[in-house]
Design a protein around this ligand. Structure first.
Ligand SMILES: Cc1ncc(COP(=O)(O)O)c(C=O)c1O
Length: 298
């Protein structure tokens, strides 16, 4: 059995058979919106349990509305399709990427408008490189009519520029600022600054995707009795705290160095380690908070 599964046009197909035309709006204008979703294998129940499935589907439909991509299915139907993909990958944690795209029509209101969906799925094993270094990009990222709070393929073209910078600097991550010079987010992850008993993160008006992983971590932080501050974050603050990245594909990852500077202290690192431990327990259904975030994918 292949470890990559593709759901396309209503059924699972061989990976190579998911083809679109170069003149589809998907290719012409990058007209697609997507989600990255994780589901963890529960070996006791012999089933996948999806993390924050409702929040991801809500965001997929929100992105579709913002980017004016016609939603080809209902939430219940998308959930059913995710279950079909998960059923092909038993016994392992998985990453699922449902995508709505426009085949035809320059707007969902166009008479010839036609939407479609695919889902890619594959096993998921988050790893941590031996050293995690980041640089702050020389570019800022800010939205036009499609803001940072929608996951749209077209607006993610920006990440090619950040990826190029990342490679040129030889680091693991690039952080970027918003148009006001405040810290926004990282390539594929939210930024959290952890100090002793305090978790700080850029507020949603900082031009960031409202990360679902970050929301879970903030709930854990409050549950552990820490304080949480969501507010504009100055660049200098990156050098004074334990930086933690939060994203669905990445999980939680501590950062060792930003712009060549080591930052944070023992207390911040301990608080970060406790958050990461609790988050991983939650994903394994080993936490009292799990019930609020995990649901069977079947
Ligand atoms: C730009 C950006 N920010 C943050 C995140 C993290 O968001 P989430 O935790 O919802 O996956 C992602 C991940 O997809 C992302 O692409």
């Amino acid at each position: 059995m292949s470890d990559r599964v593709m759901w396309f046009n209503g059924r699972c197909v061989p990976w190579e058979d998911a083809r679109v035309h170069v003149w589809d709006e998907l290719a012409l204008r990058g007209a697609n919106v997507f989600e990255g979703i994780t589901a963890f294998w529960n070996a006791r129940e012999l089933r996948h349990e999806v993390l924050a499935g409702d929040a991801h589907l809500d965001r997929l439909f929100h992105s579709a509305q913002v980017a004016d991509i016609p939603a080809p299915m209902t939430k219940r139907e998308v959930f059913g399709a995710l279950c079909e993909v998960a059923a092909q990958l038993p016994g392992t944690d998985i990453y699922l990427r449902p995508t709505f795209y426009a085949k035809k029509g320059r707007s969902a209101l166009a008479p010839d408008s036609e939407g479609a969906m695919y889902i890619g799925g594959f096993p998921f094993r988050p790893t941590r490189p031996p050293a995690v270094r980041a640089v702050v990009s020389e570019h800022s990222r800010y939205g036009g009519p499609i803001g940072a709070d929608a996951k749209s393929g077209g607006s993610y073209l920006d990440f090619r520029v950040f990826e190029r910078e990342r490679i040129e600097h030889g680091v693991e991550h690039v952080f970027f600022l918003n148009d006001r010079g405040h810290v926004a987010e990282a390539d594929g992850a939210a930024i959290l600054l952890v100090r002793d008993g305090l978790v700080i993160t850029p507020s949603v008006d900082s031009g960031v995707l409202d990360s679902i992983t970050k929301r879970i971590v903030l709930a854990i932080a409050l549950d552990l009795g820490h304080r949480v501050e969501e507010r504009p974050v100055q660049r200098d603050e990156l050098y004074q705290a334990q930086v933690v990245l939060a994203g669905t594909l990445l999980g939680l990852r501590t950062v060792d160095e930003v712009d060549g500077q080591r930052a944070g202290d023992r207390a911040g690192a301990d608080t970060a380690a406790a958050l990461i431990y609790e988050y991983n327990q939650l994903c394994r259904a080993e936490s009292p908070l799990a019930g609020a975030h995990l649901a069977p994918l079947q």
